[in-house]
Design a protein around this ligand. Structure first.
Ligand SMILES: *Cc1c(COP(=O)(O)O)cnc(C)c1O
Length: 391
């Protein structure tokens, strides 16, 4: 049974049929998948999920494809929610967890989005996909495309860590390295795409990657006994993690699965590339392009995001905040998470601890609150960038 009803524009509310492939709305804004939530509420109880396999497809009624051979899965999702007891003690926080996305196939939460997006691409008969990426999205797209027998054309910055390049090549993706950052890769990709049948999988430029990523929100609720945390600290680049989780919380409210106040969302960026933080602080609804982005946290080195207005809206509605941290703080926190918790986080994940410390100093966190740090991927893929600091 498929409960997906329509695709709806996040800005002008125009609707489109999910029977055909779609990218952005005609007005230029991202599309969201909308489901028959009333019917799901009648037909599915949250307890029905308990005994399903531990991957994101356990929430299949809330996903655009629910069964069959088109589902391309490598076991993504249902990652550990690890209590950070030592780190919590050090910081004077009683209820601190790390949602450890490094357990996903290809080592990052990007697998969630690609599992759902590539499954839908398969179902819709798409033969070739393309995307620009800072590394993790390309690796995940390449892996799931290989499994789906879909051609993948990926564009990454020239200075991307070798591991991401190895990954793309192993999965037989066509890779082009581009001078510059992810937005420069996007520009080159659009040139190459002319006259081809490539389907554009860029962040929020198709509606299903965010559906995969929203399952992080469902998991947090389920893993905490259907009670949401007070604060979620998330490293933000293109914004799909924050946007997806906020969508999940709104859906779960309508399903009657959660009640009460939703978590405050904290958008973390690097001081060398913080367009969303700047826009948040200036009270703006969209962000200006960041000039000369520079940070070791390549996954959040995103100077401009098409979903900027959605991130800013979610953060404000949640009564959360946006904050930036330095690369120096990121490296210190990477070491601290590793030595206290036995988790070697990616630099983006380490940034969330740096942000937590900052918020605590500013009295924006109460010591009794339930706090989640998101480690969005493994630090092992960043050997080249990290070795000069640690080896
Ligand atoms: C892509 C990426 C992010 C940022 O993702 P959003 O699209 O903003 O949710 C954070 N961390 C890592 C490791 C990434 O690869």
């Amino acid at each position: 049974m498929i409960y997906l009803e329509k695709l709806e524009c996040t800005r002008c509310k125009a609707t489109y049929s999910p029977e055909n492939p779609h990218n952005l709305c005609q007005c230029g804004a991202p599309l969201f998948a909308r489901y028959k939530l009333k019917q799901i509420k009648d037909e599915l109880k949250r307890e029905d999920i308990n005994n399903r396999p531990p991957n994101l497809w356990r929430y299949r009624e809330l996903l655009p494809i629910t069964e069959g051979k088109d589902i391309i899965s490598l076991g993504e999702g249902f990652t550990p929610l690890t209590p950070a007891i030592s780190l919590g003690k050090k910081l004077g926080l009683e209820r601190l967890w790390i949602k450890d996305e490094s357990f996903n196939p290809t080592g990052s939460f990007k697998a969630r989005g690609m599992s759902v997006a590539i499954s839908m691409a398969k179902k819709l008969g798409i033969k070739e996909v393309c995307l620009p990426s800072a590394g993790n999205a390309a690796g995940a797209a390449a892996a799931y495309s290989a499994r789906a027998e879909i051609g993948a054309f990926v564009f990454m910055p020239q200075d991307t860590d070798t591991c991401f390049i190895l990954e793309c090549k192993s999965y037989n993706a066509q890779l082009e390295l581009v001078k510059g950052v992810i937005t420069d890769c996007a520009a080159v990709m659009l040139e190459r795409k002319k006259g081809s049948d490539w389907f554009d999988l860029s962040t929020l430029k198709e509606p299903y990657r965010v559906e995969g990523k929203k399952t992080m929100g469902y998991e947090l609720a389920e893993q905490l006994g259907w009670e949401l945390p007070d604060v979620i600290i998330y490293p933000t680049g293109g914004g799909t993690g924050i946007i997806g989780m906020w969508k999940a919380f709104e859906e779960m409210e309508k399903l009657g699965w959660i009640k009460g106040k939703k978590p405050r969302l904290v958008c973390v960026q690097s001081e060398g590339c913080a367009p969303l933080v700047k826009a948040f602080n200036e009270g703006k609804n969209s962000a200006e392009k960041w000039e000369k982005p520079e940070t070791i946290a390549s996954g959040i080195k995103v100077p401009q995001a098409i979903g900027d207005f959605l991130v800013l809206k979610a953060v404000r509605e949640s009564e959360g905040t946006a904050t930036s941290v330095t690369d120096e703080e990121i490296l210190e926190c990477l070491k601290e998470i590793s030595e206290t918790e036995g988790i070697l986080p990616c630099p983006e994940g380490a940034a969330t601890l740096a942000a937590l410390k900052k918020l605590k100093k500013e009295n924006k966190i109460n010591p009794e609150e339930k706090i989640i740090l998101f480690n969005t991927g493994t630090g092992l893929k960043y050997v080249e960038s990290l070795k000069k600091y640690f080896i």
